[in-house]
Design a protein around this ligand. Structure first.
Ligand code: ADP
Ligand code: GLC
Length: 468
């Protein structure tokens, strides 16, 4: 089966969060299962595109309303990736140093139109078009409704919702940017009086998936306004838990970390990574190290950190290291705590892939007090590296972490994002750390958990098969 993934992000080319990890891994696993998966993504002006050479295989022009834009389809000259990537280059709109910005309506509309215009020129159409998030959410609508894409209309297409908080809204006065369609059906674009690409995709895609089964259920109750739509469309919706790329995320071979280790050598190996972190960030190596890695946004519960950290650090019996960026106010208040808790607390405000790997390897516990977590990959990486996750019992976190008090449990779950409850959970983790035998047993237990993409990729293949 030929499967085309269309996405704004793909690791290692352009990554803001977990969407990139998924689109950089699932196609690999589909290919190793005998399918033929390709990725279409925008051509950004970033490190990856600057360091590689590309060949142009197609050039043409799209119209956004009345305005023409040139576009090219590029491929890597010497690809070392495990799947084909087609880069959609719209120089005036997409070729920026960033992935997301304020003009995303035009940028991602151009991406989607150029993608479909190019697909129209293919002799062998794909068997499945797989769209990811709202940036590609108008594709199912355009396939179904736009006159110029009639030839592509019968290609099965699916939407995966990685995060329903972001929906790509834009006003109706921009509807003319979408290639001409039967205007009687303009309602398919609308949700709540505005154009909503995610809602349009939920209505028009042949199937809709979310990145964990629990998140699918939660969306019927809490989907930033799309609850009733998701309930109405529930027949075609299902949740498939993300996997992780166990070749990229492997403590035995990871080139980013300070010392590699296996299940057998985890105590020594993780300790070497912890030592490095403690030296680099002036932390106390003899105390447990709690870490956070991620976007500093409301969804992740990070606005609760200043208070949680103050409570947790007052006895100086633990360390906290935070790697992240986002809300500037929060960046500042989290940095401000450094003086008060010098020697036990530090931050790296920014994005650093290498440091994230060292933290997964060297931390003892990983904090994830998310309010919403469609899947969450961090907890799965931390499990693979022997770092015990502390999570809110929601979404994908609920599907992947079992509290230590339950049968076969290995992590720490708090039922809510109540600060007192989170601090109590941190204390439970400190108590575990003070029992080295049990702590080490859990560490080896979690490293054995298999979250590789094999099982989930097979679920996608089964889904694609139902459409062909
Ligand atoms: P989300 O996609 O909602 O941000 P996920 O848990 O699915 O959350 O994935 C986040 C991914 O981004 C992980 O690979 C994580 O390690 C990475 N990441 C997030 N913030 C940073 C950062 N500041 N530096 C390095 N990696 C980061
Ligand atoms: C989103 C979600 C995250 C998920 C990721 C990959 O960014 O916030 O929970 O793991 O997509 O699917």
């Amino acid at each position: 089966m030929k499967i085309v993934h269309i996405s704004a992000e793909c690791y290692p080319i352009a990554k803001v969060g977990g969407l990139a990890d998924v689109v950089g891994a699932l196609p690999k696993y589909l290919n190793s299962s005998g399918e033929y998966a390709q990725v279409f993504m925008p051509f950004y002006n970033n490190k990856f595109t600057q360091e590689n050479t590309f060949n142009t295989i197609f050039s043409s022009e799209i119209l956004l309303g009345e305005t023409p834009y040139n576009f090219n389809i590029l491929v890597l000259e010497d690809s070392t990736l495990d799947f084909d990537v087609f880069f959609v280059d719209v120089p005036n709109l997409l070729f920026k140093e960033y992935v997301y910005s304020f003009e995303d309506t035009e940028r991602f509309l151009a991406f989607q139109i150029a993608t479909l215009d190019w697909l129209l020129t293919w002799h062998d159409y794909p068997d499945v078009i797989h769209c990811h998030d709202h940036h590609t959410g108008l594709i199912p609508f355009m396939l179904q409704e736009s006159f110029k894409y009639e030839a592509l209309r019968y290609i099965p297409n699916i939407l995966t919702i990685h995060n329903a908080q972001y929906q790509g809204w834009f006003p109706h006065n921009k509807v003319h940017l979408i290639p001409a369609f039967n205007f009687d059906n303009v309602g398919l674009l609308d949700w709540g009086g505005t154009i909503n690409p995610l809602a349009a995709a939920i209505k028009c895609a042949w199937r809709v998936t979310t990145v964990s089964p629990t998140y699918m259920e939660e969306l019927k109750e809490n989907a930033n306004g799309l609850e009733s739509l998701l309930s109405a469309e529930s027949q075609k919706c299902s949740g498939i838990l993300n996997g992780i790329d166990t070749n990229v995320w492997d403590p035995e071979t990871d080139e980013f970390i300070v010392q590699n280790y296996s299940i057998k050598t985890v105590n020594k190996g993780a300790k070497a990574n912890k030592k490095h972190l403690c030296e680099a960030f002036n932390l106390d190596e003899t105390k447990p190290l709690f870490a956070f890695i991620g976007r500093l946004v409301h969804q992740k519960g990070t606005d609760l950190f200043p208070e949680i950290f103050k409570n947790a650090l007052k006895n100086k019996n633990l360390n906290i290291l935070l790697l992240g960026s986002g809300d500037p106010y929060l960046e500042e208040s989290l940095s401000a705590l450094k003086t008060e808790f010098e020697g036990n607390y530090n931050t790296y405000i920014g994005y650093d892939e290498k440091l994230s790997h060292i933290i997964y390897a060297g931390a003892d516990f990983l904090l994830m007090p998310s309010r919403v977590e469609p899947c969450g990959l961090n907890q799965m990486y931390s499990l693979r590296y022997g770092t015990i996750p502390i999570v809110t019992k929601i979404g994908g976190l609920k599907d992947t972490v079992i509290d230590i008090t339950e049968p076969n449990g290995f992590g720490f779950c708090h039922n809510s994002t109540d600060i007192t409850e989170i601090n109590e959970t941190i204390l439970r983790a400190v108590a575990l750390y003070s029992k080295p035998t049990k702590y080490k047993r859990i560490r080896t237990q979690i490293m054995k958990i298999d979250h590789s993409w094999h099982a989930s990729a097979q679920q996608y293949i089964n889904l694609y098969n139902t459409l062909n």
